[in-house]
Design a protein around this ligand. Sequence first.
Ligand code: FAD
Length: 320
Amino acid sequence: MPATEEARARLAAIPNLTVIGGAPLSRYTRFGIGGPADLYAETGDVEAFVAAVGAARASGLPTVVIGGGTNLIVSDAGFRGIVLRYRGERIWASGNCVFVEAGAGLGDLVDFTVERGLRGLETLAGIPGSAGAAVYGNAGAYGHSISERVAKVRFFDGREIREFDNAACRFEYRESVFKKRKEWIIFSFELLLEPADAAELRATAEGIVKIRNEKFPVTMKCAGSIFKNLMLKDLPADVAARLPAGVAREGKVPAAWFLEQAGAKGASRGDIRVADYHANLIYNAGAGTAADLAALIAELKSRVREQCGIELEEEVQYVG
Ligand SMILES: Cc1cc2nc3c(=O)[nH]c(=O)nc-3n(C[C@H](O)[C@H](O)[C@H](O)COP(=O)(O)OP(=O)(O)OC[C@H]3O[C@@H](n4cnc5c(N)ncnc54)[C@H](O)[C@@H]3O)c2cc1C
């Protein structure tokens, strides 16, 4: 039996697992781009997910884990293998501790903490995607990242379920150990927050969402910022010395500043465009392709390399 058929049969035998053959990944990404996955499987059940990883391994097919698809560029050819998604989405609290399953929406998690008067996640309001991927990529905004509040992370390393404390997660700006070990799958995590006035937290969150919705309209097919911002301490001395006052904030230099110097605003390839108001925002204006997206990203990186002498790094993750 061909490997895909064999894998499909193995996956179909797992209780509580939904399996789809030839799933069009454009439906699972905010860019609305991406060809089919040979197989797509999802579940909110840890046991079923672990069994699915075992079945995938036995089939020898490549696997990839996705969340809400808000930070993904999936190739036009799709993914020759198995796409897995963990959908457990419970959120509960005990005192100042909040427990969350990785498939919960980050927005639902933020709302939950705000409504309970727990401070710590309110500046993350409006960041789309799942809670698990937020830990994977150490999502953050307005000077704060989720890592500041993560106490423990429970994950599957392919053999067993393990737990890491904050230090073991090796969080950095938009980085964690999970980004380096892509075969590790986050199932749940625990946050430690502080009591605060719910109305004050709500006002902060609502103010941020209002600003964000102007920058990233909810229907915009994009991934937020394409490139990571740069750490001032990592810039070549001559580049840092040429920065106008005020460009670096909290030790970071916006990638958008370098992109603007390179004339990125308004650049395009086919239906893939750089926003004319934000040089680090690329969107699909309709029928954009992953090929055009990748080509535009490569062009912008090369322009910034030549004109500014620095190498931009993508925040988005590639599949296929
Ligand atoms: C409009 C817009 C604005 C954004 N603004 C911000 C912002 O301000 N700050 C910010 O940090 N990000 C921002 N983002 C990026 C994005 O929302 C985050 O990266 C988000 O955490 C991705 O979540 P997701 O569930 O969609 O993950 P996906 O895009 O599906 O996956 C991203 C990565 O996470 C991995 N992953 C997913 N789930 C798991 C899991 N359970 N275990 C292990 N790995 C997993 C995947 O393998 C993949 O490599 C923005 C995106 C958009 C579209």
